[in-house]
Design a protein around this ligand. Structure first.
Ligand code: SF4
Length: 148
């Protein structure tokens, strides 16, 4: 899974969103995440803003606006990608629109204890149910993906 890093502002919880590139506010909705090198007041109509700028104007930081600035490798994002934004500043790309190899990671909880399991020592009990269901609702209707 590809991950990018940025400086988060007002990011209080993990959020899922769909990437919008160079788009006017017409394409904004409650899940849209705009990627822009020139964030402005119209950008605030999206759920969150990602920018490669190393700093942003104070008015953008005010209120509840969710912004990640100084995002590394931002050009790797494509319109339609689905990302997970974390309060720590990590941007995980959970679905890549241009990839034929998307996988939905459902659970790490396995009790088979196979000798050669690459995750044998992992005892992570994190429950991904809500996130997986939210992801399925966000996926394009024609998307193809694997399950593990
Ligand atoms: S390889 Fe690992 S994850 Fe797969 S069935 Fe065995 S223990 Fe479970």
């Amino acid at each position: 899974m590809r991950s990018l890093l940025g400086h988060p502002v007002n990011a209080k919880e993990r959020l899922l969103g769909k990437i919008v590139l160079n788009s006017p506010w017409l394409f904004c909705n409650r899940n849209s995440v705009i990627v822009t090198s020139s964030p402005n007041r119209k950008s605030l109509r999206h759920m969150a803003i990602l920018t490669d700028l190393n700093d942003i104007e104070d008015y953008l930081k005010s209120g509840d606006n969710i912004i990640y600035y100084g995002v590394s490798n931002i050009k790797e994002l494509n319109a339609g990608d689905i990302v997970r934004l974390t309060p720590e500043g990590k941007i995980d790309v959970l679905y890549e629109i241009e990839s034929q190899h998307n996988v939905l990671f459902v659970t790490e909880q396995c009790n088979c204890s196979c000798l050669m399991c690459p995750q044998y020592t992992t005892r992570n009990k994190t429950d991904y149910t809500e996130e997986v269901l939210a992801l399925i609702r966000t996926y394009p209707k024609t998307s193809i993906f694997g399950l593990i």
